[in-house]
Structure formats: C-alpha cells, structure tokens
Design a protein around this ligand. Sequence first.
Ligand SMILES: *[C@@H]1O[C@H](CO)[C@@H](O)[C@H](O)[C@H]1NC(C)=O
Ligand SMILES: *[C@@H]1O[C@H](CO)[C@@H](O)[C@H](O)[C@H]1NC(C)=O
Ligand SMILES: *[C@@H]1O[C@H](CO)[C@@H](O)[C@H](O)[C@H]1NC(C)=O
Ligand SMILES: *[C@@H]1O[C@H](CO)[C@@H](O)[C@H](O)[C@H]1NC(C)=O
Ligand SMILES: *[C@@H]1O[C@H](CO)[C@@H](O)[C@H](O)[C@H]1NC(C)=O
Ligand SMILES: *[C@@H]1O[C@H](CO)[C@@H](O)[C@H](O)[C@H]1NC(C)=O
Ligand SMILES: *[C@@H]1O[C@H](CO)[C@@H](O)[C@H](O)[C@H]1NC(C)=O
Ligand SMILES: *[C@@H]1O[C@H](CO)[C@@H](O)[C@H](O)[C@H]1NC(C)=O
Ligand SMILES: *[C@@H]1O[C@H](CO)[C@@H](O)[C@H](O)[C@H]1NC(C)=O
Ligand SMILES: *[C@@H]1O[C@H](CO)[C@@H](O)[C@H](O)[C@H]1NC(C)=O
Ligand SMILES: *[C@@H]1O[C@H](CO)[C@@H](O)[C@H](O)[C@H]1NC(C)=O
Ligand SMILES: *[C@@H]1O[C@H](CO)[C@@H](O)[C@H](O)[C@H]1NC(C)=O
Length: 425
Amino acid sequence: MAKRSTISVFFLLNVIVFMLPSILIAQRCDRQVYSNIWHRCTECNINVLQGCPIGYQQVTSGEGVQRCTIFLNFGPNLGRISVPGCQHLCRRTLILKECCSGFWGQDCQACPGSPSCSGRGSCSDKVTGNGTCTCQDGFKGFACELCKDANKFGSYCNETCHCVHGQCDSGLRGTGHCRPDSCHLGHQGQDCNIALPNCTSPLPCPVNAGCFKINNTDSCVCDPGYRNISNTCNAINHCIDGNHGCHSNADCFYLGPGKHNCTCASGYTGDGTVCVAIDPCQRNNGDCPSNSTVCNFLQPGESNCSCLPGFQNYTSGAGCVMIDLCENGGGCDVHANCTMIGPGVKRCDCKNGYRGNGTICYGNILQRVKELNLQGPNGLKGQLNTAIDLLTGSFVHQALAGAGPFTLFLMVDDAFANLTQEQVK
Ligand SMILES: *[C@@H]1O[C@H](CO)[C@@H](O)[C@H](O)[C@H]1NC(C)=O
Ligand SMILES: *[C@@H]1O[C@H](CO)[C@@H](O)[C@H](O)[C@H]1NC(C)=O
Ligand SMILES: *[C@@H]1O[C@H](CO)[C@@H](O)[C@H](O)[C@H]1NC(C)=O
Ligand SMILES: *[C@@H]1O[C@H](CO)[C@@H](O)[C@H](O)[C@H]1NC(C)=O
Ligand SMILES: *[C@@H]1O[C@H](CO)[C@@H](O)[C@H](O)[C@H]1NC(C)=O
Ligand SMILES: *[C@@H]1O[C@H](CO)[C@@H](O)[C@H](O)[C@H]1NC(C)=O
Ligand SMILES: *[C@@H]1O[C@H](CO)[C@@H](O)[C@H](O)[C@H]1NC(C)=O
Ligand SMILES: *[C@@H]1O[C@H](CO)[C@@H](O)[C@H](O)[C@H]1NC(C)=O
Ligand SMILES: *[C@@H]1O[C@H](CO)[C@@H](O)[C@H](O)[C@H]1NC(C)=O
Ligand SMILES: *[C@@H]1O[C@H](CO)[C@@H](O)[C@H](O)[C@H]1NC(C)=O
Ligand SMILES: *[C@@H]1O[C@H](CO)[C@@H](O)[C@H](O)[C@H]1NC(C)=O
Ligand SMILES: *[C@@H]1O[C@H](CO)[C@@H](O)[C@H](O)[C@H]1NC(C)=O
C-alpha cells in the first residue's frame, strides 16, 4: 500500500548574505533540492481526505491521480476484488546548506583577508573547509598579507625595499621605505641611507644619545628607539603613538624602546596584522550535540547551544529531548495510532479495519451504524438498535464487514414501533 517512489530531484542556487551578531560576516550559497514522491495508494474517494505526509507539499488536488490498484477484502471466504486507486503527488523542499566560495564552516564565516587570502592564496572554504589560507609562492601570513622575503614589498612582493639601514615597511600594503624611527645607529632619512660621520670632538650628550656630525656640525643624536623631546631622548612606544601596524582587533605589546609585537585579542585568531573573530561553532559544532541542538555564535570566542526545532529542555552535555507530539492521542482519530516519525513530525495511522487519513478514520459500515447509534445526530442517536440487531443477525453481516463502498437504507426504531415481531422479520 505504501507505494513511494522518488520521481525527480532538482537543484536551485540560493545566495543568502547575513550578519551573525557583531563582526562575523557570513555568506551562504544554499542549494534547494526538490524531491517528489507518490503518496500511498488509496481508494479514490477516500484519497480526497488524504493529504501528503507532513513536510510535503501537495501537488495534485482532489482525488489525486488514478494510477494504482487497490485490493478490497470482503471478509473471510468472500474473496477480494481489485479497484482502481488514487495517489497524490507530494513535494518536499530540502535546503542543503553550502557556503559561497571564500566562506567556510558551519557558519560560512568569511576567509581571512579582503579579498579572501589577500588574493594571494587559496582558502580552505565551503562548509567542510577549515578557513586557512595556503599562500602562493613569495607570500606568507595568516591572510597571505606579508612578503616571504622581508626585503620585498608591493602587491606582488616583487619590488625590493628602498630601506637600507633600518626596518623595511614590507608586505603587500608596504611602502618599501623604512618604518618610522627604525634607522640603525648613525643613519638617517626615510630610507635610513644617510650615514652620519662621527664627531671630531665628541660633545657631552644626554643619556641614550650619541655624537654625530650633521651638516658638518657635531651634534647629539638619539639612539635607535629613542626620540628627542626637549633635548632628552625618550624611549619610543609605538603601541602609544599609533605607528604599530597592528590589526584593530589585536593587542599591541611594548617590548622595549622602539620595539613591539601585535597579538590578536582574546576571541580572535591570526598573526596580529590580520585577526579574525573566533566562532566556536566552527569547530565540532561548539560542543553542541548536533542531533538535537544548534550552536549559536554570540560574540568572538563565545557561543552557546539551543534546541533544534521539535526539541526542548536543553541540558549541557546531553542536549535536548524530542517533543512528544503523540501525547494525549496527538490529535489523531480515536481509531488511529499516533507515531513520532521525526522531530516535530508525527503520523496518524488508522487502526486495522479503519480507513481514512488518521485524523479521521472510518470503520466498516456496521461500525459506522453503531457509532451513529451511540453519538449520531438527533433522529439517529439511540434509534438504530433494531436495525443493528437485524444486520448482525443476517447473512449480509459478513459482506458488510468489508471495505465497501456500501449504501444502506435503515429504519429507525420508532418506525418499527407499530409492527408485530412477525412483520419485523
Ligand atoms: C484528514 O481529513 C480531514 C477531513 O477532510 C481534514 O480536515 C484533515 O486536514 C485531514 N488530515 C490530513 C493529515 O490530511
Ligand atoms: C586545513 O585544510 C587544508 C586543506 O584541506 C589542510 O591542508 C590543512 O592542513 C588544514 N589545516 C588545519 C589547521 O586543519
Ligand atoms: C611585479 O609583478 C607584476 C605582475 O607580474 C609586474 O607587472 C611588475 O612589472 C613586477 N614588478 C617588478 C619590479 O618586477
Ligand atoms: C665611529 O665611531 C665608532 C665607535 O667609536 C666606530 O666603531 C666607527 O667605526 C666610527 N665610524 C666612522 C665612520 O668613523
Ligand atoms: C642641513 O642642511 C640642509 C641644507 O643646508 C638643511 O636643509 C637641513 O635642514 C640641515 N639639517 C639639519 C639637521 O640641520
Ligand atoms: C634635540 O633637538 C634640539 C632642537 O632641534 C637640538 O638642539 C638638540 O641637540 C637635540 N638633542 C638630541 C639629544 O638629539
Ligand atoms: C608578544 O609579546 C608578548 C609579551 O612578551 C608575548 O606574550 C606574545 O607571545 C608575543 N606575541 C608574539 C606574536 O610574538
Ligand atoms: C544524540 O546522540 C547521542 C550520542 O550518540 C545520544 O546519546 C542521544 O540520545 C542522541 N539524542 C537524540 C535526540 O537522538
Ligand atoms: C544562548 O544565548 C541566547 C542569546 O544570549 C539566549 O537567549 C539563550 O537563552 C542562550 N541559551 C542557553 C542554553 O544558554
Ligand atoms: C526537563 O528536564 C528536567 C530535568 O531533567 C525535568 O525535570 C523536566 O521535567 C523536563 N521538562 C520537560 C518539558 O521535558
Ligand atoms: C496500532 O497499535 C496497536 C497496539 O500498539 C497495534 O496492535 C496495531 O498493529 C497498530 N496498528 C497500526 C495500523 O499501526
Ligand atoms: C403507530 O401507531 C400510533 C397509534 O396508532 C400512531 O399515532 C403512530 O403514528 C404510528 N407510528 C407509525 C410510525 O406508523
């Protein structure tokens, strides 16, 4: 009876751009998959009542399509006949989660660098990726934003630094000149290429200063890492003066006069020049049991778990429990069994001997007559006792126990009132 066949599956591309709470820019390129099935074969007139399984959209209407055969039993010894049956075409739409290229993991987080891997590497992207950049030859760094050769700069890392006796402002966005205040002892200029001669007769200079000839005049010059402020040489702290080159989400550590490093702030990962938010959901679903919960990114480095639709009562570690929709009969007919077939999805099946869609089940015509006698409308309720006695006592009883369709004309008890017992027979 439960004849099911997948007749077609096709795809659509669906691009969704969304922002998770703060920072995380995500982009999904989901695929929509349609799958069509023919629902179970039922007598055509009953199939009007039978929709599609939950989660499916009904494509055909009314009786559906007459395309199958159903066998009706007429009770023991009476054999069976075959009648044409009807089926509904039912469609399910599934969304298959996928990230657009340049985005990775469960949350489709953006790959480091803008463009992805600074356009100088390939990102391990898509839902199954890990978001790491594999840099082209000549490039390095978390987002391939640095030149492998510290003496190169420019968007192709193929230009040689102009900086001579100092620290080159290297990298894809570098200038090729020396970094501010990076000249070695006795050198000056934006490329630290002007060598200062020693003094002829050294002056008494302040601490952290040496004597050099500038414009042929003996002068005191601050040591590397120190800056002349009102004739005293003060240690330079780039973490304070802003010339640190750290990413906006990096912490700057002062490591001594003119020296510092950049370390991604807590909740972020990267090399300090590029830092991206850590989304704990990207690894092992943030330790949320994936069969009953979903992981939510809250802020960099922080996530929590919540129940998937159809589940409730989250407990840490154990996950959530499926909501039992069959409690108290689950809205099925009293002559139906209720079964949970998945989260948020129940099924009502008419019990043996009954037919219908589960929400409504009809028994055979004798059961229906008994039902009407018990709870039928005025005029029938309590008025069918004689008719029932007659039917159960007669030879038609077995035939009427079958599925039908049958039409019965019955007399109510009042109509029998003036008849003698002989006349009734
Ligand atoms: C079953 O049939 C009844 C009566 O037509 C209808 O109201 C109900 O929605 C149907 N249920 C399903 C699950 O198709
Ligand atoms: C990330 O994925 C790439 C490519 O699949 C792989 O080579 C690399 O080892 C992975 N890195 C980590 C940290 O897992
Ligand atoms: C660097 O490479 C780019 C692209 O290949 C090229 O156009 C440019 O001339 C190169 N520059 C140098 C200095 O080699
Ligand atoms: C300057 O003096 C230092 C130390 O006194 C010496 O090592 C260096 O060679 C001198 N440089 C020049 C250009 O004379
Ligand atoms: C050295 O002399 C040049 C030209 O006379 C002048 O422009 C420059 O400012 C002088 N440098 C210093 C440090 O006095
Ligand atoms: C500091 O700058 C002043 C003014 O330019 C100059 O006179 C002095 O020699 C400098 N001192 C040091 C230690 O560089
Ligand atoms: C930067 O310096 C701090 C303090 O010494 C240290 O803890 C950190 O590991 C350093 N970071 C890098 C990237 O070297
Ligand atoms: C999810 O999987 C875990 C471990 O396999 C299991 O203990 C738990 O019962 C499952 N929960 C549900 C709702 O299926
Ligand atoms: C997860 O965080 C959200 C947003 O702050 C909150 O509404 C929810 O209650 C949290 N869930 C759990 C299980 O802590
Ligand atoms: C949720 O779990 C708690 C503790 O296990 C239990 O006492 C409570 O009855 C559960 N609630 C539901 C709605 O399942
Ligand atoms: C309904 O449930 C009863 C008792 O669990 C079982 O005997 C019967 O086979 C079920 N009927 C159907 C149609 O699932
Ligand atoms: C039965 O007989 C009574 C009295 O003769 C009469 O009033 C009534 O209408 C009759 N009922 C029927 C159904 O013939």
